[in-house]
Design a protein around this ligand. Structure first.
Ligand code: NA7
Length: 548
């Protein structure tokens, strides 16, 4: 079902498509597959020179899947993919995930419709033709009826603005933009890592083992729990393959898209001794389960949350030998309300002689200078700076693209005060533009490959419905975004997430307005979007096709 729209004179040289997909990660690759299977002429563009999206860029040492574990962190739509790819470890490393995505690209014959090394530089909606005019970094012009933004919730690096940082003369790498050629060598070097989120915590033990000296610059101490990574048990995989339909169904209806059954017990129903026993058992096994499967109220009740927080603080006190270092590592926010971290010996790394922890709350950075970093207490000479400072998450990449919608309005104008959407998939005044893992979708708080599949399927069906009805454009009706936003906020208020400054709320980016832009009730969200579709896309307005 190729587009029948006749290109205007100005668009003669443009590549005419039904759908431009931005991004060749998990989301964009699946979107391409499902749109193509439906007969649509779709093409993916990505500025990287490899498929993989975030798994292509985040090549820092120690980068691993943390949730959900293998064999569940994968596409679910194809039994062949499930059966043919063998995951070696429960928490696959970055190289293995990238291998998987390259395997999928070949197995599904996706590459012929993916253009790498090509950034989308702009997108403008033409109301007369109901089509998007899209530009690329190669100077090509694209003319498409639909744009699907699969550009990643964690793909625009947060580059900190710190006095003198541009004068630093040593090597400098951001974890989310790690060199693609394995050229980084820590041997014999004095390294500083700035940031102790997932990327910092995953990389720090690896860097410490290789470098001469490591200085960790910590702004906020974090709770991290043992990853418990291990080889995948072949019997476990055989069982997962045999019961894959049931597992797939369970992941769709479980909070966070986990394959595991969530606990129904509240923390207050157990005695302190019982809780300690439960937490200890999960701590020894390792993995995310300690926060999502022990007690059902850890994210909704302060008392419950504090019981686990204190358990982890006790682990820090008993692991880190220097009491002053242990003190600096003790977090005091609500556990799990910043992205939960899994590690491979993080706290123990501070028992090494070649590691220094600088607590930036007591000893702030004054400036960087060519040979190092100066904090209030003095100079720290370094040869290499690793910026593990995270991302302008969820909205940053879309804001950088800043498409122009109806009447030439820019996305940044629309999102000046609030990241509004309808269903986390569409934005008022941006007809025929869809987002995967956009603001107000479950995105980063759900099994992301699975969420991407369900959102892509919805978008595909919406496009097919539109065309079947002889319509040319679809966008949210006036006001539905406000009502939907209120619903998302209401779910969020039932949890503790908003009480913590994190990248979930935009607090990590100076000047970004605060909004917890994640739909926390994943299964209810997916039920809702299915209902909206079943009822003929309630909340949307459709325009007759311009060329009909
Ligand atoms: P995160 O989780 O945003 O962590 C970034 C870290 O960098 C965090 O410790 C920040 O401290 C710190 N940071 C950021 N800016 C600064 C400045 N200017 N000065 C000092 N410290 C700073 O990003 P990650 O890459 O670790 O993880 C993101 C996701 O990627 C993760 O969930 C995985 O899914 C993969 P703060 O806590 O804000 O005080």
């Amino acid at each position: 079902m190729s587009s029948t729209a006749s290109p205007s004179t100005a668009a003669q040289a443009a590549i005419v498509l039904d759908v431009v997909v931005i991004g060749a990660g998990f989301s964009g690759m699946y979107a391409l597959h499902t749109l193509r299977e439906a007969g649509l002429k779709a093409r993916v563009y990505d500025e990287a020179h490899n498929v993989g999206g975030t798994w292509n860029w985040n090549r820092y040492p120690g980068a691993r899947v943390d949730f959900p574990v293998a064999p569940y962190y994968c596409y679910t739509f194809s039994d062949e993919l499930m059966n043919e790819f063998d995951w070696p470890e429960r928490q696959p490393d970055q190289a293995t995930v990238l291998k998987y995505l390259n395997f999928v690209a070949d197995r599904m014959d996706l590459r012929r419709d993916i253009e790498l090394g090509t950034r989308i530089t702009g997108a403008t909606y033409d109301e007369a033709t109901q089509r998007w005019r899209v530009g690329t970094s190669r100077g090509t012009r694209l003319d498409a009826q639909f744009v699907v933004c699969a550009s990643g919730a964690l793909s625009t690096a947060n580059m900190p603005k710190i006095p003198g940082i541009e004068t630093f003369a040593g090597e400098c790498y951001h974890t989310g933009r790690w060199p693609q050629d394995d050229s980084v060598d820590f041997t014999g070097k004095r390294v500083a890592v700035l940031g102790t989120g997932s990327s910092g915590v995953q990389s720090i033990p690896h860097i410490a083992r290789q470098c001469q000296h490591l200085t960790v610059l910590q702004r906020t101490p974090q709770y991290t729990v043992p990853a418990g990574n291990k080889p995948v048990d072949p019997d476990f995989v055989a069982n997962a393959r045999a019961t894959w339909p049931e597992i797939k169904q369970r992941m769709r209806v479980t909070p966070f898209g986990s394959p595991f059954l969530a606990s129904t017990v509240k923390a207050s129903e157990h005695t302190p001794e019982q809780r300690r026993e439960v937490y200890e058992k999960f701590w020894q096994v390792g993995g995310f389960n300690i926060v999502i499967d022990t007690y059902c109220d850890l994210f909704t009740d302060q008392f419950a949350n504090e019981t686990l927080a204190e358990f982890v603080r006790d682990k820090i006190r008993s692991t880190v030998k220097n009491p002053d270092t242990a003190r600096k590592l003790l977090p005091n926010y609500l556990i799990g309300t910043k992205r939960q971290i899994l590690d491979e010996g993080y706290y123990d790394t501070y028992n090494r002689d070649n590691v220094t922890l600088v607590d930036l709350r007591e000893d702030p950075i004054l400036e960087f200078y060519p040979g190092g970093v100066r904090t209030k207490s003095g100079d720290h000479p370094i040869d290499m700076l690793v910026l593990a400072t995270g991302f302008d998450a969820i909205t940053g990449t879309l804001q950088r693209l800043n498409p122009r919608g109806r009447g030439g309005v820019t996305l940044n104008e629309c999102w000046k005060d609030r990241f509004n959407s309808y269903l986390g998939i569409s934005i008022p005044r941006f007809p025929n533009l869809f987002m995967i893992h956009g603001p107000e979708s479950p995105g980063v708080l759900f099994n992301m490959p699975l969420g991407a599949e369900m959102e892509s399927d919805w978008i595909r069906d919406c496009i097919l419905h539109l065309r079947a009805q002889g319509k040319g454009a679809i966008e949210p009706a006036p006001g539905v975004d406000a009502a939907y936003g209120a619903e998302v906020a209401e779910f969020a208020r039932m949890t503790l997430f908003e009480q913590t400054e994190s990248w979930y709320t935009g607090a990590n980016i100076p000047g970004k307005h605060r909004q917890f832009a994640v739909h926390v009730a994943g299964p209810l969200y997916f039920q809702k979007i299915r209902e909206v579709a079943a009822q003929g896309y309630t909340g949307f307005v459709m325009e007759p096709a311009a060329t009909a």
